[in-house]
Design a protein around this ligand. Structure first.
Ligand code: HEM
Ligand code: HEM
Length: 175
């Protein structure tokens, strides 16, 4: 009998996944270093890089979700305990939500600061509103901590599969 189930993410899904991972290992620490720096040319440069990289993640996540919608993702591994698939799905959904929340809150913080923002294909500037800018910055911080927790759970899940369930799920995202 033909097995039509896919067990692997396709190359584009893998590219989005690992490219985002690579960017985040630099972008998250960069954000925390940035806010600790005193005002200087270096700080302005780092903030500019942070914003360009952040907007790149924003586009990447949108393209990734559009692409996911139109292509077939592999089915999750058979569950070993009740609710396992649900928590796996929720982890993935919240990871996407966190990426979108971080990037849009960063974008709105800058825009409500009254600063012109370069979206690569067009530029945007709106009227400032510092109270809203502060709110969005709080969201930026909270969603960053949330993302760190979600990535940790995500990594622990991969290790749990490997060590306790003797399932190599990593190869679904690598091979
Ligand atoms: C995945 C993307 C992003 C990540 C992981 C990220 C992460 C961070 C982190 C960890 C901080 C430090 C927060 C703190 O402890 O106070 C920060 C600050 C900041 N981020 Fe992001 N960020 C991202 C995208 C963006 C985007 C798209 C923008 C704007 C377009 C942005 C603008 C800023 C600004 C303006 C600050 C504060 C700088 C300051 O107060 O001097 N970020 N970011
Ligand atoms: C820390 C290193 C990481 C490892 C080892 C890892 C590993 C994996 C593996 C093995 C899968 C496939 C799960 C399955 O069997 O269906 C997966 C899926 C996923 N990972 Fe990661 N990952 C890592 C980091 C990240 C990061 C940083 C993010 C995003 C912030 C992320 C977001 C996702 C998402 C959203 C999926 C679900 C893909 C989909 O079906 O749409 N991962 N990851």
């Amino acid at each position: 009998m033909m097995d039509n189930t896919i067990h692997q993410y396709n190359w584009l899904a893998k590219f989005f996944h690992w490219f985002t991972f690579l960017i985040l290992i630099f972008q998250i620490p960069m954000g925390f270093i940035l806010v600790r720096l005193d005002f200087s040319d270096l700080r302005i440069t780092i903030e500019n890089v942070h914003v360009i990289v952040g907007i790149t993640v924003f586009y990447l996540t949108i393209f990734r979700l559009i692409f996911k919608f139109f292509s077939k993702s592999p089915k999750l591994m058979p569950a070993s305990f009740v609710g396992q698939k649900l928590i796996a799905k929720l982890n993935h959904i919240f990871l996407y939500v966190a990426l979108l929340t971080i990037t849009t809150s960063g974008i709105f913080k800058k825009l409500f600061n009254g600063e012109k923002l370069n979206f690569f294909f067009f530029k945007v500037r709106i009227e400032d509103n510092f109270a809203l800018a502060d709110q969005f910055y709080n969201i930026h911080i909270i969603s960053n901590y949330t993302l760190i927790v979600l990535i940790s759970l995500h990594l622990l899940a991969v290790l749990f599969h490997q060590i306790f369930l003797k399932e190599n799920i990593l190869k679904r995202m690598t091979k």
